[in-house]
Design a protein around this ligand. Structure first.
Ligand SMILES: [Zn+2]
Length: 521
């Protein structure tokens, strides 16, 4: 790849698509056994020792500082180097055999220059000083300033000793054979679950991402992030009907997760259970009705309907319906929403964001009132906001943008069984298969599994329903909030401007007084 320029990122009509791999379902929080008091070792510290810039990237702090000088030479306000070395393993099983295994390594570096609201960006996967300087010149070209900026200060390593990735058995050290055994176990469990299971797919992946960030404010910081994921898709068949079920788990965990927290067997069985249940499901009802959202996986609705619209860039550009709502009421006083990248071992968590900022739990909506935005450096500078540690990027070839991490609606006071009992006739959303939201706040969600609610009880399973609404309308119509906050499956990915990042979302049982269900019956 050669260095390339990407212009200041234009505001586009932004849609978030949660693809087929994104389902959010019940998952216990990572086991308490992985506490600092146990045997867990924070990855990237004791396990590997301090990251050597020279070993991984062949660039010394002095080299980095000189490259930052090149990046600022056209008068940029800010320059940054993001270096990344990533190892990646995956295993695919279908048609009863391990179809594919692969190991991959990628290395590269991206350089960003900010001037005003414009971003210049260059990247290269050739880390010779010569090529790196060229990438810096490419990024600098955006600035077009006549005078050079001030030379960058000496870099100071601000990496903290603590880590949120508490791991006993790192996946990158586990044998391929042991990982294949996990895949086979999930696959076999799904297949054996019921004779109506016609087809199974199981997929495992893990990655280890060493990253180092240096910027013109003198920051030098690094992080080593693990990620593990095992998912299973089961397809059932009966009388010519086909349905599919999905389950999975993982996070910034080690392979001990698959014995301590969520076994491959359970992943396979849950996928199969959903696929078989859907064979008996009825067509969805249509029209406006009270909705009850199951805890955990329904958090994807909060991600879509609220989270994206509180990303700082959309508010700075005034494309979000929330841009002028700071401090104003947008929802029911029962609704409080956070994004928290600091939850240990969660898929959406990190020690530093992709700009080197330590993240903090960020209050977005407090009792129905907008209180905060998800900030990255660019928006923060332009809006004179406070950094929250939500600048993220897919990899070194992308400039960071404000993103969610682990987004959730806080627990309320209602007992979940009271919420269900309160609905005479309505619709229960057990799992969502995906959704999308427009800048206007209008959204649609696909419900993979729902139930009819009749006289306060769940009755027939329902398939192929759609939820349609606008975010402010829904936030105002949430009229019961359960005490049972749960997080969805640790398998979610969020897409924005072509960049995928791992996320998690969560919510307690929620009642929405009225919402449109698009169905066929
Ligand atoms: Zn998203």
């Amino acid at each position: 790849m050669s260095p390339s320029v990407s212009p200041a990122f234009a505001s586009t009509s932004e849609l978030c698509h949660h693809g087929a791999a994104v389902h959010d379902k019940k998952l216990p929080r990572p086991t308490k056994r992985d506490s600092p008091n146990g045997n867990a070792v924070p990855l990237g510290q004791s396990l590997r020792g301090p990251l050597s810039y020279v070993d991984h990237f062949g660039l010394s702090p002095a080299d980095l500082r000189s490259v930052l000088g090149v990046a600022l030479a056209s008068g940029g306000d800010f320059a940054e180097i993001f270096m990344e070395y990533r190892t990646y393993d995956f295993i695919n099983m279908e048609e009863d055999i391990i179809k594919e295994t692969a190991e991959a390594v990628s290395i590269g570096l991206g350089i960003r220059v900010i001037r005003g609201d414009r971003t210049g960006f260059g990247y290269t996967n050739d880390l010779s000083l010569d090529k790196v300087r060229k990438a810096a010149q490419t990024a600098a070209a955006i600035a077009h300033g006549k005078s050079a900026g001030a030379p960058p200060p000496a870099l100071r390593d601000r990496t903290r000793a603590t880590s949120r990735y508490l791991i006993r058995r790192p996946a990158h050290k586990a044998s391929l054979r042991s990982k294949m055994a996990l895949v086979r176990e999930a696959y076999a469990a799904a297949q054996a679950f019921d004779k109506r299971i016609a087809k199974v797919k199981a997929h495992y992946s893990d990655s280890l991402r060493h990253m180092c960030i240096a910027n013109s404010e003198g920051l030098l910081v690094h992080d080593t992030r693990p990620m593990v994921k095992l998912v299973c898709v089961a397809i059932s068949e009966k009388d010519g009907k086909r349905e599919s079920g999905y389950w999975g788990g993982g996070g910034r965990v080690g392979v001990e997760y698959f014995s301590d927290t969520l076994t491959p067997r359970r992943i396979g069985e849950e996928a199969a259970r959903e696929a078989v249940l859907l064979l008996e499901a009825v067509e969805a009802p249509a029209g406006e009705m009270p909705i009850v959202l199951a805890p955990g996986h329904s958090g994807v609705l909060i991600h879509e309907a609220v989270g994206h619209l509180l990303e700082a860039d959309f508010n700075r550009k005034k494309t979000s319906v929330f841009w002028n709502k700071m401090g104003k009421r947008v929802g029911s006083p029962l609704v409080t929403i956070y994004d928290d990248p600091t939850i240990p071992s969660f898929r959406g968590s990190y020690n530093i964001d992709d700009e080197g900022t330590p993240p903090r739990k960020t209050l977005l909506i407090e009792k129905g009132i907008v209180r905060g935005l998800l900030q990255d450096k660019l928006s923060c500078r332009l809006m004179r906001g406070r950094l929250t540690g939500h600048g993220r990027r897919e990899d070194y070839s992308c400039a960071p943008i404000p993103r969610m991490a682990n987004t959730y609606i806080a627990a309320g006071d209602d007992a979940p069984e009271d919420i269900l009992r309160s609905v005479k006739k309505g619709f229960y959303v057990a799992s969502l298969s995906g959704g999308q939201v427009e800048d206007s706040g209008k959204f649609t969600f696909s419900v993979s599994l729902g139930y009819l609610i009749e006289d306060g009880k769940l009755t027939a399973p329902v398939k192929q329903a759609t939820l349609i609404g606008t975010n402010i309308d829904i936030l105002n119509k949430i009229d019961m909030v359960g005490s049972d906050l749960e997080f969805g499956l640790q398998t979610g990915t969020c897409s924005k401007e072509g960049q995928d990042v791992p996320v998690t979302d969560g919510c307690p049982t929620l009642r929405i007084a009225k919402m449109t269900v698009g169905g066929t019956s």
